[in-house]
Design a protein around this ligand. Structure first.
Ligand SMILES: Nc1ncnc2c1ncn2[C@@H]1O[C@H](COP(=O)(O)OP(=O)(O)O)[C@@H](O)[C@H]1O
Ligand SMILES: [Mg+2]
Length: 223
């Protein structure tokens, strides 16, 4: 059963004098519980595609279906993003004024209208990444690798069915990249989430169920 289907996705950027065609009638299907890795040269459109699949960019042509729901103008996108999707970016974008614990609670408070947020379960998740004793620290008081692992947890706290990650290990050294990948693989095994990960980090291929190669606006091959 697919968690996401995208059919005939095309996208062109228009600048004053230039048109930049990026995606050309591209098709992609992601199954539930699958880690799909998207590779391709810099500028091939990986980030553009992730933004479209994550409903962050609606300026494209083609059809997108998330968890059996066709994405149309009538759909409440923020509701889908809040409940069904999680995002991990190269730069973690944790909120600097809030503690580690608060950074994880805030998305849950938003999703659940500020009631019934499971604080203990969140602290238990922090234990998985070895940061239980840092819950009251601020993002600038932990290392880059630790922040990035918090960002992975933050993408997962609402138990989204699909997580989109854009170069999630892009700013990490090898050791921290390995920890991140291990965490994503563990979380996938525990919660059966699907992932789409755009990267040029070869080590991510280790946790991939399927690898797609993006070039010239299309999926060129499945590896
Ligand atoms: N907002 C934008 N306006 C114009 N061109 C863009 C914009 N964002 C990306 N592009 C161009 O689209 C192409 C694909 O970019 P991107 O999706 O960022 O590729 P990747 O993530 O694979 O490196 C590149 O040629 C890039 O310069
Ligand atoms: Mg990119």
């Amino acid at each position: 059963m697919p968690i996401l289907e995208a059919h005939n996705i095309s996208k062109t950027y228009y600048k004053t004098e230039e048109t930049i065609p990026v995606l050309n009638k591209l098709n992609i299907v992601v199954e539930k519980g699958e880690i799909l890795v998207l590779i391709g040269p810099s500028g091939s459109g990986k980030s553009t595609l992730l933004n479209i699949l994550g409903t962050l960019d609606s300026d494209y042509s083609g059809n997108l279906i998330i968890d059996e729901l066709p994405i149309t103008n009538a759909v409440d996108l923020s509701n889908i993003r809040r409940h069904k999707l999680g995002f991990i970016f190269q730069f973690h974008h944790l909120l600097p004024e809030f503690t580690i614990l608060e950074n994880l609670l805030i998305p849950q408070m938003i999703a659940h209208n500020f009631s019934n947020v499971p604080q203990k379960a969140t602290i238990d998740m922090l234990e998985i990444i070895g940061l239980k004793n840092r819950i009251n620290h601020y993002p600038n008081e932990i290392s880059g690798g630790e922040r990035q692992r918090v960002a992975v947890l933050r993408a997962m706290v609402n138990k989204p069915c699909l997580i989109l990650a854009d170069e999630p290990t892009g700013n990490l050294d090898r050791e921290n990249s390995q920890k991140m990948l291990k965490l994503m693989a563990e979380l996938k095994a525990n919660y059966q989430q699907s992932f789409i990960i755009a990267t040029h980090d070869q080590s991510i291929l280790d946790i991939a169920d399927r690898v797609l190669y993006l070039k010239d606006g299309k999926i060129k091959k499945e590896i």
